[in-house]
Every structure is written in structure tokens, then in C-alpha cells.
Design a protein around this ligand. Structure first.
Ligand SMILES: Cc1ncc(COP(=O)(O)O)c(C=O)c1O
Length: 396
């Protein structure tokens, strides 16, 4: 053995990636620990902290999966079935009026999380020369943009979002010299955690900036179909050059457990990902693809899911209004982004826990989230009512 030498009789593991040796506790582990300490015994907590829908997957989607389980199982291909890519492209056209070629511009993914994590590995250059090694992340943000960038060895540049801009990303706030070394920008609209929606004009500015400064934009549109008034636009409406959009069935169709989504956009990046992804073993099982074809081909169930979230959203917005709690952004997604009464988001969430109600402190979701709380509208309507009874008449 070279390098570190173990004392006689003691075996040591080899070195680990330093990112796995960090001592910082994952925020949701901290949250869970606090929950065990603070939720009174005998009270079942009502959980608004995690974005995992509790709604039923529509029966026709479950049936499509069951009917497709084969007698003989073989490896699926990374490109997916042509019918799936066609169903995804047809949905993009119905939903956004944008056209993508299912043969060259669409790739299935096993839920967008893995695709988010792997994206930086595919586009960030190696050290030296003219390589671009920066990933720009508007913050607060879904944490996997950062972890993917760090594991790819990229430099991360956080661009803070704030109340004054309605929590919407503005490309002009990132210095030119950062754009010149940027490989990838993460955009997320509608935005987790704030529910903010980037409008078409602002999307156009992002797309133009990406083309002018030669970086890729990955537009995470996981919540595109969870909206309440106007349907949020896609970056693909501004053309596919330098752009890739990520879509998932997790939220739209209550299918988190199926792990199914897709990427669509610039054929050059799709082709590169088609070469990269077989290394990782992330081809989608074919019976899941059959369920996905059924789900992307139907819009009625997505409208029903929206109606369920809309009812919960109305209930909570009215109650928060009565309590004097201020809600910001929150135009789409199933999150409400509210100022923490008293200003300290962690202390406020701890007070909620003592009443048996869980929500996520904004500071756990990245820089810029301090002083805010994210409420995921995932408990059933009944449980939402129960939570509001727990909160009423308490001095929070
Ligand atoms: C913004 C955002 N992107 C992507 C994902 C990943 O979703 P999935 O992997 O289920 O498609 C999530 C999940 O919560 C999310 O909030």
C-alpha cells in the first residue's frame, strides 16, 4: 500500500472524494432531527416541508405501466422509445407552441434530478486552456444544481434573487467577466422555492445572452404545469439554440416514484448527452416509458391536479392573510413563499414544529432564503384544514 499507512491490524478505507467527507449536515437531515426533538409526542406532524405530492397517480397511467411489464426483460436504450419522444415533442407543442424534433432534440431521463446532477459533468471543461468551468446558479435554488457542479469540479457563481426583483433572475446582474468563463447557467421557472415565474421577455434576454456569450442554459421547468392563472412560458419558446429544457412527470402527473422526465433542446447538446449518458446507466425502463407516453399524451389529468393544488393554495392564502403573514411571488408551483413572522426563519419553523406543523426554513434552501419559509402544498385538503386549526389562535 502506498501513501497512508494503517497501524498493524487495522484496516482503513481508501481516500474518499473530499465532497463526501464534508462535515456539514444536509439541511433536510437537520430538519428531521429538529422534528424529532420538537414535535410533541402523540401528535402526527402535518408535513409541508418536502415537495413530494401525496395525490394519487391517475389510474390510466398505472394501468399503462402494469400492461407493459414484459415476460422477458432486456436493457432499455438511452434514447428511449420513438413513441415516447414523439409524445414529449407533441406535449411541448401543445403546451408552449414550440417545435422540437423528437429524433434529434428529445431525450428521456429517469426523473429530472439525475439529469440536473449530471449536466455539469457533460458540459464543464477540464482545467487549463480556454476551458469554461463556471456554473451560474440563481439562489436560493434546488440544491442539486450546486452539488452537480461541485462533483464536476466546476466553479459556482451564485446570483442572488430577491424580493425587490420579484425573485426573478436577471442576466444583467451577472458581470460580463463571469459570463465569459461560464459553461452553464441554471434557470428554474416556475421557481422552487419561491414560485416566481420568468416572463417571455425576460426569457428572451436570457436566451440572447447565452448565444452572445456562448454558454449553455439548462432551464429546469419541472413545475411548468403547476400554475393557477396564466400558463408559464418555456425557454424553448425563444428557440432551442444553446438551450435545453428539463421536464418531469413527478409534479404534473403525481408520479415522483416512477422517475420519469425528459430533456429537449439544442440538438448539439442532446447528441453530446446521448453519448455521455450510457456511461452512467440511466436509461429509462420500458414499462415506465409506456406509462410516460400515456401521461404526456393527456392534459386533462394535469388540469385536475392543478385544481387540487388551487383549492389548497386558496385555503392557505386566505388563512395566511388573516394571520397577517406576507406571501411573495408564489404565482406557480405548489409552494408558497412567505416571510417568517419575527424575521428568523429557523426559529419560526421551530415554533411551528411545537404545534405539529412542518415547513422549510428559506435559509435551508440556499443563500438569499433567510427570513422566508417555504410551504409545500402537498398534504391533502383535509390535512391542510387541520394544520390551519393548529395554527389559529396561537401567537406565532
Ligand atoms: C426545481 C426542481 N427541479 C427538479 C426536481 C426533480 O424532480 P424529479 O427528479 O422528480 O423529476 C425537483 C424536485 O423536487 C425540483 O424541485
Amino acid at each position: 500500500m502506498s501513501g497512508r499507512r494503517a497501524p498493524a491490524g487495522v484496516s482503513t478505507p481508501g481516500p474518499l472524494n473530499p465532497l463526501l467527507e464534508g462535515r456539514r449536515e444536509y439541511p433536510f437531515v437537520t430538519l428531521d432531527r429538529k422534528r424529532r426533538e420538537l414535535v410533541p409526542p402523540g401528535i402526527e406532524a402535518i408535513d409541508f416541508s418536502i415537495g413530494d405530492p401525496r395525490e394519487r397517480t391517475p389510474a390510466f397511467i398505472r394501468e399503462a405501466l402494469k400492461g407493459a411489464v414484459p415476460e422477458v426483460s432486456s436493457y432499455p436504450s438511452i434514447s428511449g422509445q420513438p413513441e415516447l419522444r414523439a409524445a414529449c415533442a407533441a406535449w411541448i407543442e401543445r403546451r408552449f407552441g414550440a417545435r422540437v424534433d423528437p429524433a434529434t432534440q428529445v431525450l428521456p431521463v429517469n426523473g429530472t434530478k439525475e439529469a440536473v446532477f449530471l449536466m455539469a459533468l457533460a458540459v464543464v471543461g477540464r482545467e487549463g486552456g480556454e476551458a469554461r468551468r463556471t456554473v451560474v446558479i440563481p439562489s436560493p435554488a434546488y440544491p442539486v444544481y450546486e452539488s452537480g457542479a461541485r462533483f464536476a469540479g466546476a466553479e459556482v457563481f451564485f446570483s442572488p434573487l430577491g424580493s425587490e426583483d420579484g425573485w426573478r433572475f436577471d442576466p444583467d446582474r451577472v458581470p460580463d467577466e463571469v459570463w465569459e468563463r461560464t459553461a452553464l447557467l441554471w434557470l428554474n421557472t416556475p421557481h422552487n422555492p419561491t414560485g416566481a415565474v420568468v416572463d417571455r421577455t425576460a426569457l428572451q434576454r436570457v436566451a440572447e445572452r447565452a448565444r452572445r456569450s456562448c454558454f449553455w442554459v439548462a432551464s429546469d421547468e419541472a413545475y411548468a404545469d403547476v400554475y393557477f392563472e396564466t400558463a408559464p412560458p418555456s425557454l424553448l419558446e425563444c428557440g432551442a439554440e444553446n438551450v435545453i429544457a428539463l421536464h418531469t412527470l413527478s409534479k404534473r402527473s403525481a408520479m415522483t416514484g416512477y422517475r420519469s422526465g425528459f430533456m429537449a433542446g439544442d440538438p448539439r447538446l442532446i447528441e453530446a448527452l446521448r453519448r455521455f449518458r450510457p456511461n452512467v446507466g440511466v436509461a429509462t425502463p420500458e414499462f415506465v416509458q409506456r406509462a410516460a407516453i400515456a401521461a404526456w399524451s393527456d392534459d386533462a389529468h394535469a388540469a385536475q391536479q392543478r385544481a387540487l393544488y388551487a383549492a389548497k393554495r386558496r385555503l392557505l392564502l386566505e388563512a395566511f392573510g388573516r394571520l397577517g403573514w406576507q406571501v411573495e411571488a408564489s404565482q406557480a408551483t405548489f409552494y408558497l413563499w412567505a416571510r417568517a413572522p419575527g424575521g428568523d426563519d429557523v426559529a419560526f419553523v421551530e415554533r411551528l414544529m411545537r404545534l405539529g406543523v412542518l415547513a422549510t426554513p428559506g435559509s435551508f434552501l440556499g443563500r438569499g432564503g433567510e427570513g422566508y419559509v417555504r410551504w409545500a402544498l402537498v398534504p391533502t385538503l383535509e390535512r391542510c384544514r387541520e394544520a390551519l386549526e393548529r395554527l389559529a389562535a396561537r401567537d406565532l
